[in-house]
Design a protein around this ligand. Structure first.
Ligand code: NAD
Length: 429
């Protein structure tokens, strides 16, 4: 990573401990030469608009008082209110939340949603706390960040270790504090509380849609195409089922319990049932177990990383023989692996485009909450598919025009949109 002059960094960050924020800054450096006159505004992207650190004091079940550190970062709101999840994890840091907020700005703009980017987090491991304690932590945190969130300001959503119940508590706390039931303050709520149909499957469905577009671009028919997937949870499991239903052959799946393979194609419905019953893919009947290194090296048309970050890295990138990688996970490919795969002729559909289906249906949820009129699942899927297809088309056109990767193409598309808004709005005062 290149050195960033100290004056370019917010003073509260240690230049030697930038973590994911440093990776993001590097991505902005790469895109700057393509921004033309808009590069005058590029510093806007290198610092969050607003970073709030809050103390979250809570009485635990044993009567003691514990203090937790919480964050809410609004990276950019030039195109609309901030949008992004809330993460509960013991390792959450301000610089990580800043990077995740910035990637939300890029993702929202790449798909052309009228949102900026934001993210939040609390530094604690929810596995060590009771449901009542987690509810009290969530409510106090929501109250503390309540000054900057709102349906027109910044709309939180679930992320790692948070879910529809967390969003229901956040929505209730915000509503109680403001004296009016405000469903649109968060997305990813239970359907009974103004959540959207189709939200659970949205990210996997988006992965499927852009995967089909990328395959068509490369002259690959989905019917009979081989697919391998790491991660068989919400994103990977949904994508696997949709590719299977479309006639593709899902030949291998890798999760935290192991890797299963069947050269003739796995029975994805049977695998789903096996995972529900046994907690993972290992031991599924009619499959052979293979080593992770053999999973990555399988000859395949499509590879979908849908588990954790940095899974495709310098140690396995050269063995990968996939024609297309569709990034369901956030940040599954390290920058070195990105360069290796690109040099080897693999097309990578980047995370900020490929997994944007979730935030797109969050946008639909927000729109439905405002109108108090709810769409059918068929309508939602139809609109999602149209938006994902349009996003793929515009990003791949920009990538081809500048002869760059789709990742850089997505950043050019998104940063141009953000900075155009910044420029026409002008600086106030
Ligand atoms: P999930 O918890 O439902 O599933 C995670 C899967 O990853 C599981 O199958 C698990 O077995 C597997 N996994 C975990 N550790 C592993 C390991 N060491 N090796 C191999 N597999 C492992 O999570 P999810 O919601 O499907 O999210 C997956 C990824 O997609 C994450 O990077 C997440 O940030 C990203 N993402 C999710 C959404 C969404 O709407 N759920 C939206 C955008 C991005």
């Amino acid at each position: 990573m290149s050195e960033h002059p100290a004056h370019a960094l917010p003073s509260y960050l240690d230049p030697h401990e930038l973590g994911p924020w440093g990776v993001y800054l590097e991505q902005v450096e790469r895109v700057t030469p393509y921004l033309g006159k808009l590069s005058k505004w590029v510093e806007t992207l290198k610092r969050p608009k607003r970073s709030l650190i809050v103390d979250v004091p809570v009485e635990l079940d044993n009567g003691t008082i514990a203090h937790f550190e919480g964050y809410r970062v609004q990276h950019n709101t030039s195109r609309g209110p901030g949008k992004g999840g809330v993460r509960y994890h013991q390792d959450v840091t301000l610089s990580e939340v800043m990077a995740l907020a910035a990637w939300m700005s890029v993702k929202s703009a790449a798909v052309n949603l009228p949102f900026g980017g934001a993210k939040g987090g609390i530094r604690f491991d929810p596995r060590n706390y009771s449901k009542g304690e987690i509810e009290r932590i969530t409510r106090r945190y929501t109250s503390e960040i309540g000054v900057i969130i709102g349906p027109h300001k910044d709309i939180p959503a679930p992320d790692v270790n948070t879910n529809a119940q967390t969003m229901a508590w956040m929505m209730d706390t915000y509503s109680m504090n403001n004296g009016t039931t405000t469903t649109g303050v968060v997305t990813g709520k239970p359907v009974s509380l103004g959540g959207s149909l189709g939200r659970v499957e949205a990210t996997g469905r988006g992965v499927f849609v852009v995967g089909c577009e990328a395959a068509r671009d490369q002259g690959i028919a989905i019917e009979g195409a081989r697919v391998i997937i790491q991660g068989f949870g919400n994103v990977g499991g949904t994508a696997a089922r949709l590719f299977y239903e479309a006639g593709a052959k899902v030949i291998a799946v890798h999760d935290h319990t192991g890797c299963v393979h069947n050269a003739n194609g796995l029975d994805v419905l049977a695998l789903t049932k096996h995972v529900e019953e046994h907690g993972g893919v290992a031991g599924c009947p009619n499959t052979e177990s293979i080593a992770p290194a053999d999973f990555w090296a399988l000859e395949t048309e499509l590879l979908i990383p849908a588990a954790l970050e940095s899974q495709i890295n310098a140690s396995n990138a050269n063995s990968i023989r996939a024609k297309i990688v569709i990034e369901g996970a956030n940040g599954p490919t390290t920058p070195e692996a990105d360069d290796i795969l690109t040099a080897n002729g693999t097309l990578i559909v980047p995370d900020v485009l490929a997994n944007a289906g979730g935030v797109t249906v969050s946008y639909f949820e927000w729109v439905q909450d405002f109108s108090s009129f709810y769409w059918t699942e068929t309508e939602i899927n139809h609109r999602l598919e149209a938006m994902m297809r349009a996003a793929y088309t515009s990003v791949s056109a920009v990538a081809k025009e500048h002869q760059v990767t789709q990742r850089t193409g997505a950043f050019i598309t998104a940063c141009t949109r953000i900075l155009e808004s910044r420029e026409v709005r002008g600086l106030y005062p």
